[in-house]
Design a protein around this ligand. Structure first.
Ligand code: NA7
Length: 539
């Protein structure tokens, strides 16, 4: 075989890469609304994206289930009932399979196809998309629906290859699960994933050692089964739920209280935080509107949450390591949990502070820090992802004049609205860097992008336009707008966050998502379309 490539003679209207929320809806819109000839390429053997891969113990969404779904079809809403306040991985995957079946999407998805190269052929105005199986598809439009958190980040710790036990990354979890019974398990990482996984692993492991580099806030999820009344109410009033999701800053189905931290007395503030803590979940952030813009305001939440850690964790030395948090609350993605801090009260769980005594190596029998060695049978990396740019760069995209996306983004992602990159005609990136994406409820951000792209392609077909490309000028301006939006918040103050690319050695430090809010962003995108796609070159 070698270099021989099977070239499909047919020219498709579009190739979509990825069959998660974004790819499924984009296929439905282009095929069923515009009548286009579309193929989806998916590396996995099934639909689901993030929820196909992230099967680690305790994997659960931190958006409430009634808001973590497609909102475009009342028929889909009516036909599906979520069982819990926060949906677990298996249930979300069932939901996505239900959507794929219901909309008859599977017949246009090719599974087991990892895209290895995308080349723009200028003379024909076509994208050539090559898969790991050696096929090349040709299409007028290329749509990357590859997600923001799909490239696993396994830290380059010396000696990993010598480890005689088993090691795993949470984002590439085996379908058959992992039996921790009787095992000494190590877990590196205490982000949202590690905070979900540790309590579940500790339930069956002989011993769990958690290696923490950066302490993290967490608010109890208070997950619970949903009552039939709640399920009925949501279906009956979904138009209103949807309206709220479309009008809020973060795309969730709750509103942020219209009050500032120092508008109330200290006693009232404590009462408000207590209520928010009892209610649980991401809504804790919604208790006051200035938590993410004012450091003194944020300090009150930070103090409240670290006091909670000290009150839950019985061993004072362990509590101190967990509560010694170096960033404002919410400046990193704020985790929600089920019994995370309580887990450190178990006899079979140890916390190791690797900020103080860094990991030096992985040995054949465990992890060695500067303070000593921890013998392990299984090592779990809950170490996150090469977020946002990683999945796009992995596609090896070359646009006009052979320019590689990797070179264009050498100093960080530049693009227009997170939707298009100058030099890469007819390529759209769903929830790309520079869009609200990970700062919002993802399905809401995805639906907005998919609908915008669909309307754009419809417009091009109606007006006989063959090519759309973001201009350099508009892209430069948008990068400035993304930076300004981030700088108006406390988000850049978390120096180690993946929002900044700081978790991947050598990655440029640029605040990637657009922090100006989903509602504002949606309006901005609509205005640009209404002005004849201002900032894009159409030809
Ligand atoms: P995150 O949020 O990136 O968390 C990764 C964790 O792994 C975090 O605690 C890191 O510490 C830690 N980490 C990473 N590399 C190392 C090394 N080399 N040594 C020690 N510790 C390390 O990923 P998650 O999967 O938890 O969450 C990603 C998103 O998925 C989440 O925000 C939700 O949106 C869903 P650090 O903080 O960098 O010091």
């Amino acid at each position: 075989m070698g270099t021989s490539i099977k070239r499909d003679a047919k020219v498709l209207d579009a190739v979509i890469i990825g069959a998660g929320f974004a790819g499924l809806y984009q296929l439905h819109c282009l095929r069923d609304r515009l009548g286009l000839d579309v193929t989806v390429l998916e590396a996995a053997d099934g639909v689901g994206g993030t929820w196909y891969w992230n099967r680690y113990p305790g994997a659960r969404c931190d958006t409430e289930s009634h808001a973590y779904c497609f909102t475009f079809s009342q028929a889909l809403i009516d036909a599906w009932s979520w069982s819990e306040r926060y949906p677990g991985q298996a249930e979300i995957l069932r939901y996505m399979n239900f959507v794929a079946d219901r909309l008859d999407l599977r017949r246009d998805i090719q599974f087991g196809r990892r895209v290895t190269a995308c080349r723009f052929d200028e003379s024909q105005n076509l994208w050539h998309v090559t898969t790991g199986l050696g096929e090349t598809l040709r299409a007028k439009f290329l749509i990357a629906a590859v997600g923001c958190l799909s490239t696993a980040n396994v830290p380059d710790i010396p000696g990993l290859e010598t480890f005689e036990g088993r090691w795993l990354h949470t984002g590439q979890w085996p379908h058959e699960g992992v039996d921790f019974t009787g095992k000494r398990v190590g877990q590196i990482g205490t982000g949202s994933t590690g905070i979900q996984a540790a309590p579940v692993i500790a339930d069956t492991a002989r011993h769990l050692t958690v290696f923490q580099r950066t302490a993290n806030y967490s608010v109890p999820a208070r997950n619970a089964p949903l009552t039939p009344e709640f399920q009925r109410d949501v279906k009956a009033n979904f138009a209103e739920v949807r309206r709220i999701m479309h009008s809020t800053h973060n795309g969730h189905a709750f509103t942020i209280e219209d009050r500032n931290v120092f508008d109330v007395t200290p006693d009232e503030r404590m009462q408000i935080y207590d209520q928010a803590w009892d209610k649980g979940g991401l809504q804790f952030r919604a208790a006051f509107k200035d938590l993410l813009s004012s450091k003194p305001a944020n300090d009150t939440a930070a103090q409240y949450l670290s006091d909670k850690i000290r009150s839950i964790v019985k061993d004072p030395a362990t509590a101190e390591i967990l509560a010694d948090i170096d960033h404002p609350y919410g400046a990193k993605r704020p985790p929600i949990d089920t019994d995370y801090f309580e887990t450190f009260n178990r006899d079979n769980v140890t916390l190791v502070d690797v900020r103080k005594a860094p990991i030096e190596a992985i040995t054949p029998t465990g992890v060695r820090t500067s303070a000593g060695e921890y013998p392990l049978d299984i090592l779990v990396f809950a170490t996150g992802f090469d977020a946002m740019t990683g999945p796009l760069l992995a596609l090896d995209i070359q646009g006009r004049d052979g320019r590689a996306l990797r070179d264009t983004w050498r100093h960080g992602p530049t693009n227009y609205l997170g939707l298009q990159v100058a030099g890469f005609p007819n390529l759209f990136t769903i929830t790309g860097p520079g869009s609200p994406s990970v700062l919002t409820n993802m399905p809401v951000a995805i639906e907005q992008h998919v609908e915008w792209i669909t309307a754009c392609i419809a417009h091009m077909r109606e007006t006989g336009i063959a090519r759309i490309e973001a201009t350099e000028t508009a892209s430069q301006r948008w990068v400035q707008a993304v930076n300004a939006a981030a700088d108006a918040t406390l988000l850049p103050q978390a120096h180690h966050s993946w929002y900044l690319g700081a978790n991947v050695p050598g990655k440029p430090r640029v605040f990637m998502p657009y922090a100006g809010g989903m509602a504002r962003y949606r309006q901005h995108c609509s205005e640009i379309a209404a002005k004849g796609y201002e900032g894009f070159a159409l030809s």
